[in-house]
Write a protein that binds this ligand. Structure first.
Ligand code: ADP
Ligand code: MG
Length: 351
């Protein structure tokens, strides 16, 4: 009916927008744990401890021994687009940190209750402050603190009852978090990690800086895996210096498993690359007589300017700059030309 009066267009209030979009950045307690661990790594921590209650829905606590947060920054720490990691857009090309968007803590604080306790070097005491919907609830209170930062997230998704109900499965949620922490521990062997359930005496993940990568694999994925691995070390040094380096471990022909495990880091970022995963799976299926699935841990290092870390809201995927300019979003799996990644060659070497 063309005579109908059209509805008026109005601007949504910031808090409504934030509540809607926060769920894109933080889709699950697992994404919150990942963001908090990455913040601890960005703060140069060498010790990161995670405590989880009710699969992360009730409580996520991440303690680190990193550089802490300045008192004067606490007011905006959970604010919209507030970051200490990026000033100019061009810096994205040389970015060394995992974070840069300044939206993780802001989003988390719109979905749950955040409390930060932090102390910086040389201070006699730390500060504790709670946040809701991106803002401090009160002035930071002086408190006793040990080196670093503790971020506590309580009641995540309690304002999104539908999402919480759809997602929640405590047992599986906690297992996923343990798996995530194990993956970080496996890659960052210079950092000690632990992860335990709230009130549990024993941690389910526990590594120390003296643990070797094989030790970590053995403790999480079992002796059977650790005994059947082939180390990979590939570098493309033409032109020099190397523009592509890949190292890691892949299971050999004696290893038998029903499910593929693929752990991939590109420039120290934990990412997913389903096409590579499928390609590796196919090569194994062709080479092995039985239907055994491989265990794969790969760390790839590329010049930072070659990847776009900004492609995906959760930063799970990235793409090459030149491809992006053709306005085609390319997941991380198309980053590496297939010839520099001599997959068949490295698998052949695995026997
Ligand atoms: P981003 O990591 O993209 O900068 P976040 O919302 O995750 O954004 O964090 C905002 C800021 O809070 C960071 O830039 C950093 O300065 C500070 N911060 C967060 N977590 C920590 C931590 N564990 N230790 C020290 N500083 C932190
Ligand atoms: Mg961050």
């Amino acid at each position: 009916n063309s005579g109908e009066c059209p509805p008026k267009i109005h601007r949504l209030s910031h808090s409504v927008v934030k509540r809607i979009t926060a769920g894109d950045v933080i889709q699950h307690p697992l994404s919150a744990v990942k963001e908090l661990i990455e913040n601890s790594l960005d703060a140069h921590s060498t010790n990161i401890n995670v405590i989880i209650q009710d699969g992360g829905f009730k409580l996520i606590q991440v303690n680190d021994n990193g550089h802490g947060v300045r008192y004067e920054d606490l007011a905006i720490m959970c604010g919209r687009h507030t970051t200490s990691k990026l000033l100019k857009f061009e810096e994205l090309m040389r970015l060394k940190t995992m974070g840069f968007r300044g939206e993780a803590l802001s989003s988390i604080s719109h979905l749950g209750d955040v409390t930060v306790t932090t102390i910086t070097q040389g201070s006699v005491h730390g500060y504790r402050v709670s946040y809701k919907d991106g803002a401090m609830e009160h002035e930071p209170k002086p408190c006793a603190a040990v080196k670093g930062t503790q971020v506590t997230v309580e009641n995540l998704f309690c304002k999104m009852a539908g999402r919480k109900k759809a997602l929640q499965n405590s047992y599986r949620d906690y297992k996923k978090i343990v798996d995530l922490v194990s993956r970080f521990a496996l890659h960052h062997t210079n950092v000690s990690f632990s992860c335990r359930k709230y009130n549990a005496n024993r941690p389910d993940v526990h590594t120390s800086v003296t643990s070797s990568r094989l030790d970590v694999i053995r403790s999480f994925y079992g002796i059977a895996v650790a005994g059947c691995l082939k180390e990979i070390n590939v570098a493309d040094s033409n032109p020099s210096p190397a523009v592509f380096e890949m190292q890691g471990f892949m299971s050999n022909a004696t290893y038998a498993a029903k499910k593929m495990i693929m752990i991939l880091f590109i420039n120290d970022r934990l990412v997913e690359w389903s096409a590579l995963q499928r390609a590796i799976e196919v090569v194994y299926t062709k080479k092995l007589h039985w239907a055994s699935k491989p265990f794969v841990y790969i760390s790839i290092v590329l010049p930072p300017g070659q990847i776009d870390v900004n492609m995906h809201a959760t930063k799970k995927e990235a793409c090459t700059k030149e491809r992006e300019s053709r306005s085609k979003k390319v997941p991380v799996h198309e980053l590496v030309s297939t010839d520099s990644l001599d997959l068949a060659g490295s698998l052949h070497a695995c026997g």
